[in-house]
Ligand binder design. Structure first.
Ligand SMILES: NC(=O)c1ccc[n+]([C@@H]2O[C@H](COP(=O)([O-])OP(=O)(O)OC[C@H]3O[C@@H](n4cnc5c(N)ncnc54)[C@H](O)[C@@H]3O)[C@@H](O)[C@H]2O)c1
Length: 358
């Protein structure tokens, strides 16, 4: 494996909306990153994005991009169903991987990927980019240093019916192509599944990031007028009581956040729609000082921050709070456990789930 020194030469697989909204710009903004290549099955998309963002190479075949010895790492920005196979191909071609969330849709394949990774000196990070929201990072630091023992965690994630009116104002109109590669089944054909994969994985990763591993979930689900709602009674490994709420879409503004109670303090977080690139409003109260503290840190291009951490861990071994493959798998297990718990009407331990399609 080539050891990159000053810069990481990145290739982006997929020039669809998420690449256009997040990763291409993150490559321009991030330090120590060079956008070396882009690849899309749609030649039109690959050329348009590659030229606009000054990629040195433009590919339509993933295998050809992976065969390029100057490429250090790939960002996998494709539909969920392709994540795991694309990540496996990248590892086998000796490339580091930053794969969009969720890690994939097939648990057995995810475990096989983890096995593959064990035999290679490569980095694989899952794009749970909320970990790089400075407000959420601040809450995590407080949990580790000022909260005392965690007693309870409440987390909620509610997409809004007005979301697209709002994000249409902040996002560019994505370029699309009829030649884009799509999975055999439209991911949005089953909205219950889609909402869990698209949004539930953020709710779960933020909960795990702040409160640690989940021991068990006991979930209820209801749907009315196309509004899907999961309430999940959660037990964390640290013994904290948990309650997770995924509701899509609420008839109001975007509504995401957490409340954490500890024996020495509490922290309350209000998370914004990610496409505003705004640091979460997080307040931490400490019994020691009798004060609330809150940061104002607007370096909130989460995708840029995650890419810099990815590069830092590869280039000089810096500590990286990003989600590793085990976090990616834990998120899939938790989503599957919620699904099974709804079906069975009983608690399910995510860790007991080793296979299955999400
Ligand atoms: N982090 C976040 O908050 C966030 C937000 C939105 C979407 N996402 C994730 O982004 C992903 C979806 O991205 P999208 O909407 O841009 O997907 P998309 O399917 O619209 O576009 C993906 C592009 O990848 C190309 N592609 C796929 N496989 C290829 C291959 N083997 N070779 C060449 N080209 C290939 C397709 O042609 C397509 O143009 C999902 O995994 C989703 O969960 C993450």
């Amino acid at each position: 494996m080539k050891k990159p020194d000053t810069f990481l030469q990145i290739g982006i697989l997929g020039c669809g909306p998420i690449a256009q909204f997040a990763h291409l710009e993150a490559c321009r903004k991030a330090e120590r990153i060079k956008l070396y290549a882009v690849c899309d099955q749609s030649e039109q998309l690959a050329r348009k994005m590659g030229r606009f963002y000054d990629a040195l190479k433009i590919f339509t075949e993933y295998e050809e991009m992976l065969a390029d010895p100057a490429l250090d790492a790939v960002i996998i920005a494709t539909s969920d169903a392709f994540h795991l196979s694309a990540a496996m191909q990248a590892l086998q071609a000796d490339k580091h991987v930053l794969v969009e969330k969720p890690l994939g849709t097939d648990l057995s394949q995810a475990f096989a990927l983890r096995e593959e990774l064990k035999h290679r000196g490569l980095h694989l990070q899952v794009g749970h980019m909320k970990r790089f929201d400075p407000g959420i990072a601040y809450a995590r630091e407080f949990v580790e240093t000022g909260l005392g023992e965690m007693v309870a965690y409440k987390g909620w994630y509610a997409d809004s019916t007005h979301r697209y009116d709002m994000t249409d104002s902040t996002q560019p109109i994505p370029y699309t192509s009829t030649k884009a590669r799509k999975p055999a089944v439209d991911p949005k054909a089953d909205l219950k599944r889609y909402f869990m994969l698209a949004h539930g994985c953020h709710l779960l990763d933020t909960a795990r990031f702040l409160a640690g591993p989940i021991r068990s979930v006991h979930a209820r689900y209801t749907i009315k007028d196309n509004m899907h709602s999961w309430f999940v009674d959660t037990v964390f490994e640290n013994g904290a009581n948990g309650h997770l709420d995924l509701t899509v879409a609420v008839r109001m503004d975007w509504h995401e956040g957490f409340q954490i109670y500890g024996t020495r303090g509490s922290t309350l977080g209000n998370i914004f729609n990610p496409w505003y690139f705004k640091t979460s409003e997080v307040r931490c109260f400490s019994e020691d000082t009798g004060e609330f503290r809150q940061i104002l840190d607007n370096k909130a291009h989460f995708f840029k921050n995650q890419l810099e951490a990815f590069a830092g861990s590869i280039l000089d071994g810096s500590k990286n709070p990003g989600a590793d493959i085990s976090d990616g798998i834990a998120s899939l297990q938790a989503m599957q456990a919620i699904h099974l718990s709804v079906e069975r009407g009983e608690p399910v331990e995510p860790n007991s789930i080793r296979e299955g399609m999400l």
